[in-house]
Design a protein around this ligand. Structure first.
Ligand code: PLP
Length: 427
């Protein structure tokens, strides 16, 4: 069955022509023209690196030629460079249910997590436990280790991990828990937490809730404000199409701004950066999460993609995303039943984001063979093939073609060729 709201035919009747007619009726179809995608490629890795918006090149060119080339140092004022991390943050706010003045751009998600988790832990000085998930993106766990190692309290911070098969979150939530750090949509399986429900449970235990939105910003509707969450971070180079190395964002609920003490206190977060005082005093508001000079060229690329996102209705994105992922799983069931492939992504629509993971013992080689055929996904150790569905530029016909290509790769066993077993540095 396709997702319950869908009017599309079920998987037993669907064929490529049906996919094409779904694409013809798709209200998001015009957005595909806004992206510069190579011919002959089915791009299912926009959850790792979003596609290039057509407008980005000219916009970045203009920033380089005019703001840098001609404006030179004057652009810090004239082009609003100093304010960019916050003015661009305000453009991300509507995508995550944040208010104006609550979002600031940082550097990498890892660095931003360090800022935010430290600030969160310092709001609960009488508690000494940080809870996270064993299956988290590892950088999140490494950053928590860094926060533990620099905590100055009387008792060292302890890290407790939620695992599949136990212990569950509720078992770990005691009155010693300061902070809970969870990824909204799991980077491997695509499993999605209920943001509001989990936040409420964490608050009941008196802890601070930090959300990692890397795989949800631009993928699913998010309402941090309605959920009453405390802090969040996310990246902009995945579903938001900011380009390789585009900056991460940080969100803090405004009720925490004046008490928040992030880890790294740099001059761009100072109350009066151009007074060059020798002591640190935090800027009021979200700006205190800033550190140093922002990556303005990366911010320029991000601004071009946010012009697109300003026009996007996230409920349409969600509806199409569920159709695409549902269609993909249904076609995998129908076409790939002969091979040892398992769909590990939750089938329940409320429990998944915008990606699907397939388990196959030789998933790495199968994915390399698939990429050679022009269907680009990626691989996560030990055995998951990952496919991201980005509704602004992926079509139903793309989904059909991807499953047919996967079928060909498995049937021909071309993936057994030794060259596909060679592991590149980045998988
Ligand atoms: C992609 C991703 C990151 C990336 O971190 P960077 O420091 O920006 O490289 C972190 N956490 C999660 C959950 C991710 O999916």
């Amino acid at each position: 069955m396709l997702h319950p709201d869908s009017t599309a035919p079920g998987p037993t009747t669907i064929d490529r022509a049906t996919c094409e007619s779904l694409d013809a009726a798709d209200p998001l179809a015009p957005f595909r023209e806004r992206f510069d995608l190579p011919d002959g490629i089915v791009y299912l890795d926009g959850n790792s690196l979003g596609a290039l918006p057509r407008a980005t090149r000219a916009h970045v060119d203009r920033v380089i030629a005019e703001e840098w080339g001609i404006g030179l140092i004057r652009s810090w004022n004239d082009a609003g460079w100093f304010a960019k991390p916050q003015s661009v943050g305000d453009r991300i706010a509507p995508l995550i249910g944040a208010a104006e003045g609550e979002v600031v751009l940082g550097d990498s998600t890892s660095g931003s997590l360090f800022q935010v988790v430290t600030a969160a832990a310092r709001l609960r000085p009488d508690r000494n436990v940080i809870v996270a998930e064993h299956g988290s993106f590892p950088t999140d766990l490494y950053v928590i280790e860094a926060v533990q190692s620099m905590a100055g309290g009387a008792t060292p911070l302890e890290r407790r991990l939620v695992r599949d098969g136990g212990p569950a979150l509720d078992e770990l939530l005691g009155d010693d828990v300061a902070v809970v750090v969870l990824t909204h949509v799991d980077y491997r399986t695509g499993r999605m937490h209920d943001l509001a429900e989990v936040t409420a449970r964490v608050h009941e235990a008196g802890a601070i809730m930090v959300w990692d939105l890397c795989h949800s910003a631009g993928a699913v509707p998010i309402d941090l404000g309605a959920a009453g969450a405390d802090f969040a971070v996310g990246c902009t180079y995945k579903y938001l199409n900011g380009g390789p190395g585009s900056p991460s964002f940080m969100w803090a609920a405004s009720r925490h701004h004046e008490a928040a003490r992030p880890a790294v206190t740099g001059w761009h977060g100072h109350a009066r950066p151009f007074d060059f005082e020798i002591g640190y005093e935090p800027m009021s508001g979200i700006g205190r999460f800033r550190v140093g000079t922002p990556q303005l060229l990366s911010l320029a690329a991000l601004e071009a993609s946010l012009d697109i996102w300003a026009e996007v209705d996230m409920s349409l994105v969600r509806e199409k995303s569920l159709r695409l992922t549902e269609l993909f799983m249904a076609l995998v069931d129908r076409r790939l039943g002969a091979w040892p492939i398992e769909v590990v992504t939750p089938r329940r629509s409320t429990r998944r984001g915008s990606q699907v993971a397939l388990r196959h013992e030789d998933g790495y080689a199968v994915m390399q063979a698939l990429i050679e055929r022009g269907v680009i996904g990626d691989f996560r150790a030990p055995d998951l093939m990952r496919f991201g569905f980005t509704p602004l530029y992926v079509t139903h016909a793309d989904v059909w073609d991807a499953v047919e290509s996967l079928h060909d790769v498995l049937e021909s066993e071309v993936w057994r060729e030794p060259r596909f077993a060679h592991r590149s540095a980045v998988t």
